[in-house]
Design a protein around this ligand. Sequence first.
Ligand code: CP3
Length: 343
Amino acid sequence: MPESVFLAACRREPTPHTPVWFMRQAGRYMPEYRAAKAEQSILELTRRPDLVAQISLQPVERLGVDAAIVFSDILVPFEPLDLGLSYAEGEGPTIRRPIRRPADVERLRPVDPGRDLAHVLEGVRRTKAALAQRFPAVPLIGFAGAPFTLASYAIEGGTARTFTTTKQFMYEHPEAWHDLMQLLATLAGRLLALQAAAGADALQLFDSWVGCLSPDDYREYVLPYTRHALALAGEAGVPLIHFGTGTATLLEAMAEAGGDVIGVDWRIPLDLAWERIGDRAIQGNLDPAALLAPREELGRRVREVLRRADRRPGHIFNLGHGILPGTPVANVQAVVAMVHQGA
Ligand code: CP3
């Protein structure tokens, strides 16, 4: 494919402008997403490679972003694991058979991602083919949930605030925890590598909720498994992005676990985060709520992120977390224009 500013930044090479894309750039804030989704649940959508390709390209068409991300969800592997995954309209995911005891880990169905998630990989192939035809210079990002964030959904049974149930399981059943994390790490790592084989040009591991842990707990209960997942993914030879939120005190350990690019949220200034992670590329870190602010305030905040990056090679502009529903599309377009113009 032609030279991509996004891939060059992943490798910390100088680029003519700062690349930009947005986590959750395909989603409910976009009228064309809501139209394509119609009555289907996100799980039904992921079984339709034609719709996956169509939805993944919407933000490329509408926003002019420098990368596409394949339309799917981090919890999709819970279907073959037989955890009873469903998405209630507007309420987020529900897991009907959560993991609460060590025996629940043993009963998990063995998953072969090449076979059991073949529909996700077909979605990657179709999206890459559509991009190659219509936007040949725009690379495709594949993704998976990190072992900790996946384990937290499996144990909590849905979206949580304090992760007390997860921590209780971790402290009370350390052996079962380690078995669960090993299983999820292998699954995530293999799923990532298979997406690269299916055409993904870069891979992102989402550890969205890992910031609830202390650095000591991160090192003991999480780091070895995230490292395992990233090592398996790394065999594919494409850039790896390692993302989490609330990670200001975990950044050194996250960098140790791996990733060519470390994704950070807005709770830490970008330049301080960059100092902590050392010689890696960095992705972030506008507060998604800034996209709800008046245009002038939004502009001020975009410029502040760019000022802290200071055009050093290896900055990929993004939000610190996913785009919020209700975000005006025009504000997202304005951010792309500002980043491409250098403010
Ligand atoms: O555009 C893209 O970024 C690609 C698609 C994508 C989705 N989910 C689609 C989705 C990606 C990359 C994800 C990742 C994801 N999913 C994460 C990690 C990023 C993050 O936000 O921390 C997490 C934690 C999930 C789990 C998940 N899926 C939640 C908590 C929810 C409900 C909350 C919400 O935003 O609705 C989902 C559902 C989901 N995944 C939707 C979309 C577009 C919305 C529901 C729908 O449209 O039916």
